[in-house]
Design a protein. Structure first.
Length: 334
């Protein structure tokens, strides 16, 4: 009877306390003797988001070199060829967008990562408004970080920064350091994604979880720029509305998918508005509590139409309805 109840809890996606009874040891990637693969590549997907792509290329090129960056462009766009010159660019058809678009993109990402692992020891993958950074107090260099931590697990989950807009600071200038302009963030456990990958993987839609048992990437952060600037979001909102013109079947999609395409600015405004009144904690003071909570709350996600089954972590009873102030040492990181 206890086993039946435990299985039922897993099917519902209920968090499992990380005790010796229900944890399994994280699986490390296989060791290859005399491994001559390159240390690290980065992969992203883009559609008309020039500002994000420029920042993504500038940042990762500075860390890895453009020849180790892989850009999948949804629809052939001269902008991508210009901004990502010197990167590996792959044009994808974009004649139809539907409710399962994000799932298919994640399936493609999983295949691309698995393929690239023949040439690279580790691959970082994600959307174009997401970038993995390392705390400058820990060196700040991605290659050093992944080489040090690669043996811990098949994939690592950096902590999420949902960077917030600052209406008093003016528009975000992507050509200048981001954290010098925006230093306040919120966090969501769903966006602590397993994007530092060293072995074959299957992702859920949006890379929110995977079939790898989860493991934290302490001192690494996944910076999400989605809520950091109103002007950029207004441009994206117009593009999303155009998707309904080109793909009228989206109107018949289920509510979650339809809302994703039709309510972009509503989500942006609502999140920044709710965040404005939340208490502020210093990042360094808050992180030990978040990391400990995540280690203790392992979740098995069920299979759905959009997502394959997989593992993730939650914050458990830790209050995430706070803003985190990013220390000044990060000001030149991104």
């Amino acid at each position: 009877m206890k086993r039946i109840k435990r299985l039922a809890a897993q099917i519902r996606g209920v968090g499992l306390q990380a005790s010796a009874a229900n944890r399994t040891k994280p699986v490390a990637p296989p060791i290859i003797e005399n491994d001559t693969r390159k240390p690290l590549a980065a992969v992203t997907f883009v559609w008309n988001e020039e500002a994000y792509l420029q920042k993504w290329v500038d940042y990762y090129a500075g860390q890895l070199g453009r020849e180790n960056l892989f850009v999948f462009a949804h629809g052939e766009d001269p902008m991508v060829s210009r901004v990502a010159e010197g990167c590996r660019i792959y044009g994808l058809p974009r004649s139809r967008v539907d409710a399962l678009f994000a799932r298919r993109k994640s399936d493609l990402a999983a295949g691309a990562v698995s393929f690239l692992l023949a040439e690279y020891k580790t691959v970082i993958v994600g959307d174009v408004d997401e970038m993995v950074i390392v705390d400058p107090a820990k060196g700040g260099q991605l290659i050093d970080y992944v080489e040090t931590h690669r043996g811990r697990n098949q994939s690592l989950k950096p902590f999420n920064f949902d960077l917030l807009d600052d209406p008093d600071a003016g528009a975000l200038d992507m050509s200048k350091p981001i954290f010098a302009q925006r230093n306040m963030t919120r966090t969501r456990y769903q966006f602590c994604k397993p994007v530092i990958v060293s072995d074959r993987i299957e992702f859920a839609a949006g890379f929110h979880y995977s079939d790898h048992y989860p493991e934290l990437a302490e001192d690494a952060y996944l910076v999400h720029l989605h809520f950091a600037d109103r002007a950029i979001n207004q441009e994206i909102d117009l593009l999303r509305q155009a998707s309904f013109v080109d793909n009228p079947h989206l109107d018949k999609a289920h509510e979650r998918s339809k809302g994703y395409w039709s309510k972009h600015m509503q989500r942006y405004s609502s999140r920044n508005r709710r965040s404005a009144s939340m208490p502020i904690l210093d990042l360094d003071d808050a992180m030990p509590q978040f990391w400990n909570a995540m280690r203790g709350n392992i979740i098995r996600q069920p299979q759905t139409q959009l997502n394959s089954a997989g593992w993730t972590m939650s914050y458990g009873n830790v209050d995430a309805e706070v803003r985190l102030r990013i220390p000044s040492r990060f000001s030149e990181v991104l």
